[in-house]
Design a protein around this ligand. Structure first.
Ligand SMILES: [Zn+2]
Length: 346
């Protein structure tokens, strides 16, 4: 769809031909604002939603359209199996939008910071599309994910002393210096990731709540955007973070500004000390009447083990944070709750 970009801090506007994801005037993140309205199709196939994505040079890779299955344990809990995307996380949805835009703008290199899954996903699609991928990852990242990126997709990897926030700053600096497309948790990725909510809406009649693991908060912000586009005003959004890295939950509870927190969780996919889309996500949670909750390391470990034993689904710790959160909250018998199983790279 035709669109323009607007920065969230000061409302600076750019046409869709602006080839960056950060405001050139004030450095703020941008938001995609559509010029028209498209009808949301009743489908759970990713490419059926192309008309609701920013216009770009899309290649129709196979992704999305993931299953929503009932939990073996709770009748009113449904699991959205995002770990069955091609690189085993929801990140693939955002990656194909970023690749389509980078192709349109004529880049030949992509720069990205990641805790693991995003770089794995982008490196995969970059390779297919013929881009060079340069990746920045904190030294504490999961070694299995680093191996995936290196061995499978020929990406150039920079190990950063520090966490995701530091890596993100370095990826942005590199993109500026090397004329690479800065990809990652920015506006185009958010548009791709909103398709998770479109799919759930067609898969679950009577949907009342969606539980979303939060790292950089791009997924949760995208999902709320999708709910608004579908005019599904009654669905509550619940954010879940690891207790050992919960800047968003603390800000939600205290009603104060979000503060950086050094990540101490083993759930590496949500180990983000200061979420890029944190402020947007907080507003979104409040707008839907939702809540934000933490889960412990052992609660995630227990759910990971149980999900594998009961349903044969092998998810990473961040991927089952949503199930652990479900069990700590009180739902009514007729609530219909979707939990995002965000990834399975272990
Ligand atoms: Zn601006």
């Amino acid at each position: 769809m035709d669109y323009y970009l607007e920065c969230v801090e000061n409302g600076c506007r750019f046409p869709s031909s602006y080839n960056k994801q950060i405001c050139g005037n004030c450095g703020s993140i941008l938001e995609v604002i559509y010029k028209g309205k498209a009808k949301v199709p009743a489908s759970h196939e990713f490419w059926d939603y192309e008309a609701l994505l920013p216009k770009g040079k899309y290649k129709h890779y196979s992704l999305g359209g993931t299953k929503l299955v009932q939990s073996a344990e709770c009748n009113n809990l449904f699991l959205k199996l995002e770990l069955y995307n091609p690189t085993r996380s929801f990140k693939d949805r955002g990656s194909v939008v970023e690749i389509a835009k980078a192709l349109e703008y004529g880049y030949d290199e992509i720069s990205v910071a990641s805790t693991g899954n995003m770089a794995y996903s982008l490196a995969y699609y970059a390779k297919i599309a013929g881009f060079k991928a340069t990746v920045f990852i904190g030294k504490a990242a999961n070694p299995d994910k680093i191996r995936n990126i290196l061995m499978t997709h020929d990406a150039t990897l920079h190990m950063v002393t520090g966490d995701f926030s530091k890596a993100q700053a370095m990826a942005a600096k590199y993109a500026e210096k090397s004329s690479a497309f800065l990809a990652g948790d920015y506006c185009y990725r958010k548009e791709g990731q909103k398709t998770v909510a479109y799919e759930i809406a067609t898969q679950l009649n009577g949907l009342t709540h969606i539980i979303v693991p939060v790292g950089n908060a791009t997924l949760i912000s995208g999902m709320v955007k999708a709910l608004k586009e579908m005019k599904m005003n009654g669905v509550k959004i619940i954010a879940v973070q690891a207790e050992k890295c919960s800047p968003l939950v603390k800000a939600f509870r205290s009603k104060k500004m979000m503060k950086y927190e050094r990540p101490g969780t083993k759930a590496d996919a949500i180990a983000v000390g200061l979420p890029t889309f944190g402020d947007q996500a907080l507003k979104a949670i409040n707008d839907t009447g939702g809540t934000a909750i933490t889960v412990t390391e052992s609660e995630m470990e227990k759910e990971q083990s149980y999900l594998y034993k009961s349903q044969g689904i092998l998810a990473e710790l961040a991927g089952v944070a949503s199930i652990a959160a479900f069990k700590k909250l009180k739902f009514k018998q007729n609530d219909r709750v979707a939990a995002i199983i965000s990834g399975g790279n272990i």
